[in-house]
Structure formats: C-alpha cells, structure tokens
Write a protein that binds this ligand. Structure first.
Ligand code: AMP
Length: 287
C-alpha cells in the first residue's frame, strides 16, 4: 500500500490504472477504522481492481469544535488496518491540500433531504460539508464505485441525490451497518462512552429493535411504532434527540408503514452523540 499526500501524487498513481481501464473503488473515511470501515474496504477489494481509501477528518462537516478536537486520530494504526484489508492507495491529505487558501466553493443538496433529522439538529451545514468534500474526492479519484455505510442513512440518501443531480459518473454502493455482538452500531465515537454509558448506549439499537418487533407484529401506525421504540429507549434512561419514521427516499415523515420506512434515531449518551437506523417493511425487519 502506498500513502499519498497530494492530489497530484494521487492522480499520477492512478494514471496507469485509468489508462488500462482497470476499475477503481473508493472508500472515503475519517480514520479511526473499525469493522464497519473494514467491511467497506473488503467489498471494494472484492469488486475493484484498485482500491483507494481516503483518510481525512473533514473540518467542514463538524458542527461542534469540541467534537472535531476530540475526534480520534491514529494514522499509523489506520494505515496498518487499511493495508491488511486490501487498500492499494491511502490518500491522506493535509487540510490545506483539500482546502487551499482562497477556497470559496461549496456543493449543497438543498431542501428537506439536508434540512430534516441530522440537518435539523446539527444544521444542514454538516451535509454541505459532506457533499463538498465527497464531490472533491470524486473529482480527485474518479472512482467507478464509491462505498458508504447504511449506518449514516441520511448521508447515504443525500449522496445518492448528489450523484444523480450532478450526473457524477460514479456508482454509489451502500453496505449494511456492522454492529457489536450486543447490537451497538460500530462508531469511532463509541470509544468515548465512559462507564455505564456503554450499556446505556444500547438504547438506540433496543429502540430500533422494538420498532422492528412492533412492525413485525402487524402494527402499521407510525405513532404506535414510535411509542414502542421510545419506551424501549426509556428503559435504559435515554431520551432520543429525535426518533422518526420517514420515507427512505424523500425522508418525508410517515403516518403509516405500508411500504418501506426508515426509522432514524439520534441520542446523546453521556458526552457522546450517537445515531443509528433500521429499515422496516410490511413484514417488520427490512435490513
Ligand atoms: P466515517 O469515518 O465515520 O466518516 O465513516 C466512513 C464510512 O464508514 C461512512 O460511509 C460510514 O457510513 C461508514 N460506517 C461507519 N460506521 C459504520 C458501521 N458501523 N457499519 C458500516 N459502515 C459504517
């Protein structure tokens, strides 16, 4: 695996692959790699000739300075894990390389997709930061396929819209959420769960499982499913920042589950803000 710091080096490294029409897979990350990231890399490895992983803690998508400052960084460890999982090129630029002096352009997905859920609570600027950096990464790498996790469900929906609206020639593949054996969705923020908060953090997956069970038992009323999820969270003493049943494509709120429904949840557990989601269908569990 080679580590590259500049866009020029990255383009030079990819030139032979592009000339020989080999396929390029891109896995964008902010580092602090865990099994969720590694599952994206392994799929990219299986499906592409050349696997590029970007490692860039994107300041533009953080809405809290403290969250950015506390974000775990260990490039040596990430590089080792990335190499083992099959990355060929690790692109780890400095902030100035991505945002040089005078940088003044932003790529935004407008409307409800970025205004609701995470957008309503963290601000749409979070997604504008994501879509700007991902557009730049798409232009830098020009991948055939880019891999993202269902863990960040709204981000996945926003990125699909970005690619569609701007005719970006990349296939976006979304892979399932990887969980701890007890159900907690893997996240680099989990390491900051102190003491009893690790147990209380199960409130999110328990809430989602309660929603799945209610739907599987035949409940279609969104308010009733929502109530079951909140009750399960409350059992662990966690109040959601939001918990919503929404259309999985438009993110419009649903009153009834008669097709697929995305259940998205965010909650603060101690110092740490966590998100998780599941997709319901008429038969209960969808994914
Ligand atoms: P991050 O480094 O947090 O920006 O995440 C990089 C990519 O990994 C994003 O596409 C995330 O959706 C994905 N990801 C993060 N956590 C998980 C998880 N538990 N399972 C699957 N994918 C994940």
């Amino acid at each position: 695996m080679r580590t590259l710091r500049t866009v020029a080096e990255l383009r030079a490294a990819l030139r032979p692959a592009r000339r020989e029409e080999r396929t390029i897979g891109l896995v964008p990350t902010m580092g602090a790699l865990h099994e969720g990231h590694l599952s994206l890399i392994r799929t990219a490895r299986a499906e592409s000739d050349v696997v590029v992983m970007s490692l860039f803690v994107n300041p533009a998508q953080f809405d809290e300075a403290a969250d950015l400052a506390a974000y775990p960084r260990d490039e040596a460890r990430d590089a080792e894990l990335a190499a083992q999982a099959g990355v060929d090129l690790l692109f780890a630029p400095a902030p100035d390389e991505v945002y040089p002096p005078g940088f003044a352009t932003e790529v935004r997905v407008g409307g409800e997709l970025t205004g609701t859920l995470e957008g309503a609570h963290r601000g749409a600027a979070h997604f504008h930061g994501v879509t700007t950096v991902v557009t730049k990464l798409f232009n830098m790498v020009q991948p055939d396929t880019a891999y993202f996790g269902q863990k960040d469900a709204q981000q996945a929906i926003v990125l699909r819209r970005l690619v569609r609206d701007l005719d970006i020639p990349v296939r976006v593949e979304i892979l399932p959420t990887v969980r701890e054996p007890d159900g907690l969705a893997l996240s680099s923020r989990n390491a900051r769960l102190a003491g009893d908060d690790r147990r209380r953090a199960l409130a999110l997956s328990h809430g989602l499982r309660a929603a799945e069970q209610a739907a599987a038992a035949g409940e279609t009323d969104a308010r009733a499913i929502d109530g079951a999820a909140r009750a399960a969270m409350n059992d662990l003493g966690v109040e959601p920042e939001y918990l919503a049943l929404v259309d999985p494509e438009t993110l419009a709120p649903l009153e009834a589950v008669d097709g697929e429904a995305l259940v998205a949840v965010a909650a603060r557990v101690g110092e740490v803000r966590l998100i998780d989601n599941t997709i319901l269908n008429r038969n209960g569990r969808g994914s």
